[in-house]
Write a protein that binds this ligand. Structure first.
Ligand code: ATP
Length: 363
């Protein structure tokens, strides 16, 4: 449904050397929700705006639903209103002088082919029903809460039955509880309609929760793409591992590679991990471990356990984070059972979960 080939965008006068979008290739199949995830300034929004026709690319082609809508080589450029898209921005961009239903009808009344008022109203009410706001149709738009206004924006983006839905950080202006609810509602509506969707976010939890595929971006390029579980548990790039909140990094050396896995010697001890691709004995590697990837005990049950001492602890309600010193390394370890009364200086033993370790060649 969406195909980007060598998509490139430069902004004049930008001090950063790289292009804002630097030769991106991306395909998105019909009905899928794909997130563009990455840090501020990595080019997510620009990519979305290029797909929408709100920016012109300097190079590369954009195809939507089998039609080329942008290709500077051939002078092809279809503006936003001529592309089969609906778009929702972070700021809801709701018109305050109109009622809710008038807001949603608006695209049908101004764009060609123009829909007659009664039919437009009917379609707008259907779209409002889809986002659970049928009862609010006649209210003045500003009388709605932030979450409701964002749902109006979603209904307005969907009212022309676009082939592609583009969402630019649609949840950022909402408070935490509402954000989770809206996130799940957006996913539900997207799946119900089977509409191909590009969702821009810098929030990894959001990306993991809503996506069929996550595309991780950095400096105008795609770092990697994968299903949420793949990208979370088996990132292929160090950038992805760090961006997805792997807070413990250890440097190690591969001592043995066998069918059983890769044996790595790190500061605190030994670790046998699932076989990584292309590693051999003697390689220096970075080992990434999540805080929840450790067994934790006060007594040494296992000769291979890593011995450390507690530096300090932080209480989160449902869990504790312990910062544990092991020689030169300090690891963050998350424990979900009740606190066992550990204090600064107490010895503890960690059993790393080898299945959860991510081993990548060190740079
Ligand atoms: P954020 O999460 O902060 O919105 P982003 O990943 O969406 O970031 P973009 O907004 O796409 O990033 O910006 C990519 C780069 O292009 C940034 O360095 C930004 O400063 C630059 N940029 C974006 N729009 C313009 C513009 N209109 N003129 C000049 N530079 C721009």
């Amino acid at each position: 449904m969406i195909r980007l080939t060598g998509l490139t965008k430069r902004f004049p006068g930008r001090t950063v050397a790289a292009n804002a979008v630097d030769g991106i290739d991306l395909e998105i199949a019909e009905g899928k929700l794909v997130t563009l995830l990455g840090p501020s300034g990595c080019g997510k929004t620009t990519t979305l705006r290029l797909i929408a026709g709100l920016e012109r690319a300097d190079a590369g082609a954009i195809e939507l639903d089998g039609k080329v809508v942008s290709d500077p080589r051939n002078g092809v450029f279809a503006g936003a209103h001529r592309r089969p898209i609906g778009i929702v921005f972070q700021s809801y961009a709701i018109w305050p002088h109109m009622s809710v239903v008038q807001n949603v009808m608006f695209p049908l009344r101004v764009n060609k082919p123009r829909v007659r008022a009664a039919a437009a109203r009917k379609k707008a009410l259907d779209a409002l029903d889809l986002v659970g706001l049928a009862d609010f149709a006649e209210r003045p738009a500003p009388a709605l809460s932030g979450g409701q206004q964002q749902r109006v924006a979603l209904a307005r983006a969907l009212v022309r039955e676009p082939k592609v839905l583009l969402l630019d950080e649609p949840l950022s202006n909402l408070d935490a509880g509402l954000r989770d609810r809206m996130r799940d509602e957006i996913r539900a509506v997207q799946q119900r309609l089977g509409i191909t969707t590009v969702f821009v976010t810098h929030d990894q939890d959001e990306a993991l929760a809503v996506s069929d595929d996550v595309v991780v971006m950095n400096s105008g390029s795609i770092v990697e793409r994968g299903r949420p579980q793949e990208i979370y548990t088996r990132p292929q790039q160090e950038f992805t591992a760090r961006f997805l909140g792997v807070s413990n990094t250890l440097t190690g050396v591969v001592t043995e590679v066998s069918d059983a896995g890769v044996c790595v010697q790190v500061g605190p001890g030994r670790l046998v991990c699932r076989a990584g691709s292309g590693l051999s004995a003697g390689d220096t590697v970075s080992v990434f471990m999540r805080p929840e990837s450790f067994g934790f005990s006060r007594k040494q049950h296992d000769a291979e356990a890593w011995k450390g001492t507690v530096e300090f602890s932080i209480y989160h309600g449902d869990c504790w984070d312990y910062y544990v010193r092991l020689g030169d390394d300090v690891l963050k370890v998350r424990v979900y059972k009740e606190k066992v009364g550990l204090a600064h200086g107490d010895p503890i033993f960690l059993q790393p979960e080898p299945e959860d370790a991510i081993v990548l060649p060190a740079h």
